[in-house]
Design a protein around this ligand. Sequence first.
Ligand SMILES: Cc1cc2nc3c(=O)[nH]c(=O)nc-3n(C[C@H](O)[C@H](O)[C@H](O)COP(=O)(O)O)c2cc1C
Length: 231
Amino acid sequence: MRIFAIVGTPHNGNTRAITDLFLDEFRAGGAEIDELVLPRDFGETCLGCANCILHGEDKCPHYGKTAPIVERMEKADLIILSTPVFVGSCTGALKELLDHFAYMWLVHRPKEVMFGKTGLIITSAGGSGVKQTVKLLRSNMSFWGISSVHSYGVTTMKMNGNYADYKDKDKIKKQVRSAAGKVAKSVERRKVSFGTKFLFGIFKMSQKNGWNKTDSDYWKEKGWLDGMKPF
Ligand SMILES: Cc1cc2nc3c(=O)[nH]c(=O)nc-3n(C[C@H](O)[C@H](O)[C@H](O)COP(=O)(O)O)c2cc1C
């Protein structure tokens, strides 16, 4: 199994510790792990030009930096998004990266290779915000075409605490082991769900009279408007 882990914080804290628990489980099962740490490895803000959507992703002013990241995503069987909860959401650094991938949402130009991949969201919060953070990241992955998106979130009740000191750490380790097993199974299955197929069908209809030529040309070239499918 090839894993691409996007870690949305440079802080060596709870999120890092819990992400490492998962990565250790996967490594023990023979996984190859590639990792991107934000903002160290990507620190650009989307400038809102919409060139990616309207004229092609290669017209993004940051294409030189996003293209190699997308290649790394494409090679992975499992994509991990990991982040602490900051003001009820993911870190700004992670959101800034995700903004650069708007063009590959199902409504625009989804990538065939995304269908059948598995996603995993890892998050830690002090008190609240796990649910809405997972929801935001899940919607990104789902709209890239990924059907099986797992999540693991903890509420630490400690600001700047260290996971290793928590009374719940054994429980967390156990939960991580079980969750990692489920994730590994879904990587093997490469399932494309009815929900993903349904969404693809809806966006196919919208592309038949598409408002954005770059998108509708892409769907035509793929043969998706003539019955071919990416899954
Ligand atoms: C800028 C900032 C904003 C935060 N916002 C929230 C929040 O909205 N909800 C919450 O429950 N915890 C919040 N926290 C606490 C962190 O989510 C929590 O301590 C988390 O485990 C930190 O992860 P880390 O150790 O990986 O940095 C915030 C912490 C920081 C530094």
